[in-house]
Design a protein around this ligand. Structure first.
Ligand code: GRG
Length: 315
């Protein structure tokens, strides 16, 4: 059983951050393994598929952001881990559905065959549905350190981020913008559409992750506003960096198909503004995130180093 390591504030050392990320990732892995339904429960196939999708790697960034936010607010994270792990179920459901033939039609995810390739399309659709539903079960489970009203606010924050005005809406706008004729489009409205896609498809769940940590930690409204600003900046930077990595890295490094955005005619920051301008925009968002992180005064605050990691990662 992993114990909570790194109980002091971070130095600028990358080793320090990697130890922190490794420890928090391990806590999330253990929580997922403990609470995901066992394949021994019938029908075993769906539970197998859910576990295959979730337990096959991944950075676990969303629950780690929730943990870091809660710690930056001074909370004991142990009673909150199941709620935070629910974010990984939601994220994985979106990946399973995103990889389906009707959407991105991808066969590689986290360095392995995608869920529909292994289990068939019908089970993959149902596994995605079941992961989303399981996430709601975990979020609704009473937490001894949190009152019911606060928990309700936390649940509302997460589900609002992933509805048709959030993650799903961003995905729909993304689909509709494929193969757009940029030469014929007004650059200002195309830029606004791109920001809409990124902030909704990816940014809102990342922001909700940080807010979930803050809300369940009992943070003040002022702190929640700081966390929301941090989350929005990190969310946008994350997707811009993802666009750049899709162009610059190999499938081997990414664990997923590379160069897909271009092949699918996706609207991305490097495509619309060029690689250099995309990198400058990501760095601008990083600055906003770092300033917000510095305003958090908890005894343990890794929000700044995590934001930097998100912008400097290679996968
Ligand atoms: C079809 C009902 C239905 C829903 C679709 C697909 C979808 C809903 C939403 C798409 C959300 C999506 C896939 C956004 C992309 C975000 C992104 C860059 C994911 C990769 O995240 P990482 O790098 O992945 O954190 P790991 O593997 O590390 O977890």
């Amino acid at each position: 059983m992993t114990t909570i390591g790194a109980s002091r504030n971070p130095s600028e050392s990358p080793t320090d951050l990697h130890a922190y990320l490794g420890n928090r990732r391990e806590l999330i892995e253990q929580t997922l393994d403990t609470f995901l339904p066992s394949p021994a429960i019938p029908p075993g196939k769906i539970h197998d598929a859910m576990r295959y999708a979730v337990m096959g790697g991944g950075k676990r960034l969303r629950p780690i952001l929730a943990i870091a936010a809660a710690e930056a607010c001074g909370a004991d994270i142990r009673p909150l881990l199941r709620s935070f792990a629910a974010l990984e179920l939601i994220h994985t459901y979106s990946l399973v559905h995103d990889d389906l033939p009707a959407l991105d039609n991808d066969e590689l995810r986290r360095g392995r065959r995608t869920t529909h390739v292994v289990f068939g399309e019908a089970i993959a659709i149902l596994a995605g549905d079941a992961l989303l539903t399981e996430a709601l079960v975990w979020l609704a489970e009473p937490v001894p350190t949190v009152d019911a009203e606060t928990q309700l606010r936390a649940i509302r924050t997460v589900v609002n981020a992933i509805d048709s005005r959030g993650m799903i809406g961003g995905q729909v706008a993304d689909l509709e913008s494929e193969h757009m004729d940029l030469a014929a489009a007004d650059p200002a409205s195309t830029g606004a559409l791109l920001e809409f896609i990124h902030r909704n498809k990816t940014g809102k769940l990342l922001t909700a992750s940080v807010l979930l940590g803050g809300i369940l930690a009992g943070a003040s409204e002022t702190r929640l506003e700081i966390l929301a600003k941090y989350g929005a900046a990190v969310g946008l930077a994350f997707q811009i960096v993802d666009d750049l990595l899709d162009q610059e890295e190999t499938a081997e490094t990414l664990g997923k198909t590379a160069g897909k955005d271009l092949a699918q005619g996706k609207l991305t920051y490097p495509r619309l503004f060029g690689v250099d301008a995309a990198r400058i925009e990501a760095m601008g968002q990083l600055e906003i995130a770092l300033k917000s992180a510095d305003m958090m005064t908890g005894a343990l605050n890794y929000l700044g180093p995590i934001a930097r990691y998100i912008c400097e990662r290679r996968a």
